[in-house]
Design a protein around this ligand. Structure first.
Ligand code: SAM
Length: 282
């Protein structure tokens, strides 16, 4: 009998991947965690039935959530990463020798345990001494922090369930205070193609715009995410992600990346009209 992983992207549209076998199915204190093995996409992590990571296309998401801010401010030394339990964001950040300290706050210890065992491709650097792991809610962790971080990356689940609080005005205000004067906030911003999250992400973007002087959206093509067209948010106290790109400096580092490059960085901030229009809706 054939096994397929199927995700409903809307009531009328589904996305399926043929599965060889299921490796894990566990109900944690926060969510259902499943890991599958497939020929087309390698290992696949899903949380509450939503696809988080596949071995085949995770490089796109992790390149775009890390290298974009690092190429704007190469002086980033201290970072807060919220969510990111699969470890891919940490793996990419640790390629920069200049980064001194990363606090990673993941609500669900079971995600990290299982990814270390079943997804070593992404979870390979979580025991690095520069990484300080906290198992708690990112919303609470960031409360009361003052001018501590150069960069905050919100690598979270969708705006419901445990991730819901990470799209609120209170959270963005606390991130602003937790960042130093040169601070940058990057977050995964869902997709606007299907209507399911469009309105909530328009609200989230407005909250970021109300909090930070610079608030932009950039995009990437991620084949296994709903619609394949994915967005990220870039907010900052002073840097414009296009005008302040340090292309020459970043290219001198000689980092080999499969998706990110500095030309694509510039292009990724040119977003389609339907996204612009959706973001302008109130
Ligand atoms: N690349 C993914 C995506 O966009 O679908 C995100 C992957 S990562 C696995 C997301 C992580 O965020 C999950 O492990 C989840 O447990 C964690 N998370 C959700 N809400 C959180 C919260 N409030 N505080 C900290 N971590 C949270």
């Amino acid at each position: 009998m054939e096994l397929w992983y199927t995700e409903n992207h809307t009531e009328e549209a589904r996305f399926s991947i043929k599965i060889d076998k299921q490796l894990v199915s566990l109900q944690s204190d926060f969510q259902r965690i499943d890991i599958f093995e497939s020929k087309e996409f390698g290992r696949i992590l899903t949380l509450d039935g939503c696809l988080m990571v596949t071995e085949k296309d995770e490089f796109i998401y992790h390149d775009m959530i890390t290298h974009v801010p690092m190429a704007v401010n190469p002086e980033i030394r201290k970072i807060l990463v919220i969510g990111a339990g699969d470890g891919g964001t940490i793996r990419e950040l640790l390629r920069y020798e200049t980064i001194e300290h990363i606090d990673m706050v993941e609500i669900d210890e079971d995600v990290v345990k299982l990814c270390k065992e079943y997804l070593p491709q992404t979870a390979c650097k979580l025991t690095d001494p520069k990484v300080h792991l906290y198992f708690e809610d990112g919303l609470r962790f960031v409360r009361g922090k003052e001018s501590e971080y150069d960069l905050i990356i919100v690598d979270s689940t969708d705006p419901f369930g445990p991730g819901e609080g990470l799209f609120t005005k209170e959270f963005y205000g606390n991130c602003y205070r937790a960042l130093k004067e040169n601070g940058i906030l990057v977050n995964q911003h869902e997709s606007m193609y299907y209507s399911s999250y469009a309105a909530s992400m328009t609200r989230a973007h407005k909250r970021i715009q109300d909090t930070f002087p610079v608030a932009k959206i950039y995009q990437a093509h991620i084949p296994t995410y709903p619609s394949g067209h994915w967005l990220f948010g870039f907010a900052s106290k002073k840097y414009d992600p296009v005008e302040d790109l340090k292309a020459e400096e970043w290219n001198k580092l000689g980092l080999k990346t499969r998706y990110y490059n500095t030309e694509l960085h510039l292009g990724s901030f040119a977003i389609p009209n339907y996204v612009k229009e959706q973001l302008e809706e109130s």
